[in-house]
Design a protein around this ligand. Structure first.
Ligand SMILES: Cc1ncc(C[n+]2csc(CCOP(=O)(O)OP(=O)(O)O)c2C)c(N)n1
Ligand SMILES: [Mg+2]
Length: 431
């Protein structure tokens, strides 16, 4: 009792000379009108990071959570211990899948502007994150993506017409217009239904991975969220479960610097890296150049091998940049410098892999230009095909009354009543 009185008195005494408490409110370095300058970024040269054994203890690899695993150097050469030494056909496949993802994004963005769909989200500048990972995972590993990993579906050969049908919410949409455009779900592609509620996929992925291990299966799970989403509680509970049970899961944080209009500082980037979140949980943490498809591949492969060896989960931060707006509903010109994308020091992921392929003598500018033309035509043809099934506002959607179906095996009386009421009201309104 007397101790408490003493310490209270001491605080009152000291308080007279203390400055008022205040909060630190992060502020991005550049705002509209500023010219962006990233010259103070600490970017280690390609090949500089050590590559520990896949089964190494997390405590021995802390540096990797603060560095940047990079394979492609400025000249387009693949260097250092993380070079995955991929065969030419695989490099070209990854290059093509990244270019296809970009062509798909361009077409669907335009479709939204033309009023054919209500919503779209591009992944421009972040294509290496999903394409590099998809190439490194086994085709039956289970993916729990966020809304910016459409590249995984593309890399797994999912029909782009099917993706477009979902975006158009038309009669060809397997999800019957019940999901926001781009919130795909493709069980056969090992692509879990995307949820708009940020980071819910994290505990789901860890739970799936735990179930896979509990059954003695060999498949692992991988999940993705944005850097802003790491502020969600779900991120942290997922890390705890993954760490405790050494779940066979890869947890990817795509640090594209922005969470709609909030810069990464609001999720903690001023204090430390996102990969360093792993350290507190005793999880292996890798920080990777997310615009280097080979680094993404190598890190994912390392983490997948680790998970398959029962050596535990890995948290990978992909350091990248969101080149376009958050979604078609966003105007980044209102909150960030227009300069940022062009000054981004880690370049463009497609241009970097193209340069590598050209340096290897397996590719050239002419073939690349021809491929871009071919992919644009392919995407245009697919869009025409999908549009035959309907576009926004043209009535070619699943019957409205079907919205009451598929929740219960047998529709309960109150839903049947509501369904009938809706149909009666429409009839009365002459619809
Ligand atoms: C639980 C929850 N909170 C807020 C939102 C609104 N919201 C949608 S996307 C987004 C930003 C997410 O940013 P980040 O995690 O960095 O991913 P990015 O969009 O950059 O890929 C926010 C705040 C939401 N969908 N769900
Ligand atoms: Mg982000």
């Amino acid at each position: 009792m007397s101790d408490r009185i003493d310490s209270d008195a001491g605080r009152e005494e000291a308080g007279r000379n203390l400055p008022p408490l205040r909060l630190h409110v992060p502020e991005p370095k550049f705002r509209p009108g500023d010219s962006a300058d990233f010259s103070d970024f600490d970017i280690p040269p390609a090949g500089a990071q050590a590559r520990p054994d896949e089964t190494a203890q997390p405590a021995g690899m802390r540096d990797l959570a603060y560095g940047l695993v990079r394979v492609l150097d400025e000249e387009g050469a693949a260097v250092g211990p993380w070079d995955p030494k991929l065969p030419p056909e695989m490099l070209l496949k990854m290059l093509r899948n990244m270019a296809l993802t970009r062509a798909f994004d361009a077409r669907m963005f335009r479709a939204q502007r033309q009023g054919k769909t209500s919503f779209y989200m591009k992944s421009t500048g972040e294509e290496a994150v999903s394409i590099g990972a998809a190439a490194a995972l086994a085709s039956d590993d289970m993916c729990f993506p966020s809304y910016r990993q459409q590249g995984i579906l593309i890399a797994r050969g999912w029909p782009i017409v099917d993706m477009m049908n979902q975006i158009y919410s038309n009669k060809g949409d397997r999800l019957k217009g019940r999901q926001l455009p781009i919130m795909y779900s493709a069980r056969d592609a090992g692509f879990f239904s995307i949820s708009g509620n940020l980071t819910t996929q994290y505990p789901q992925a860890v739970g799936w991975a735990m179930a896979s291990a509990a059954r003695g299966d060999t498949r692992i799970a991988a999940t993705w969220c944005g850097e802003g989403s790491t502020a969600e509680g779900d991120f942290h509970s997922a890390c705890t479960f993954a760490s405790v049970y050494r779940a066979p899961v890869i947890m990817n944080v795509v640090n594209n610097q922005w969470a709609i209009s909030s810069f990464s500082g609001f999720a903690g980037a001023e204090a430390t890296t996102f990969a360093a979140r792993a350290i507190g949980y005793g999880i292996a943490g890798l920080r990777v150049d997310g615009n280097d498809a080979l680094a993404v591949y190598a890190a994912t492969r390392w983490a997948a091998d680790r998970a398959r060896a029962n050596a535990g989960p890995t948290l990978i931060e992909h350091f990248t940049y969101r080149v376009e707006g958050h979604s078609t509903s966003d105007d980044p010109g209102a909150y960030r410098s227009a300069d940022e994308a062009s000054h981004w020091p880690l370049g463009d992921p497609i241009a970097r892999l193209r340069k590598h392929c050209i340096a290897l003598g397996i590719w050239d500018e002419e073939r690349h230009a021809a491929m871009d033309r071919e992919l644009a035509e392919m995407v245009r043809d697919a869009a025409r095909e999908a549009e035959k099934n309907g576009i926004l506002g043209h009535g070619l959607h699943h019957p409205m009354e079907s919205m009451f179906e598929d929740v219960f095996e047998e529709m309960p009386w109150h839903l049947r009543e509501q369904q009938q009421k809706m149909l009666d009201e429409w009839k009365a309104a002459g619809l």
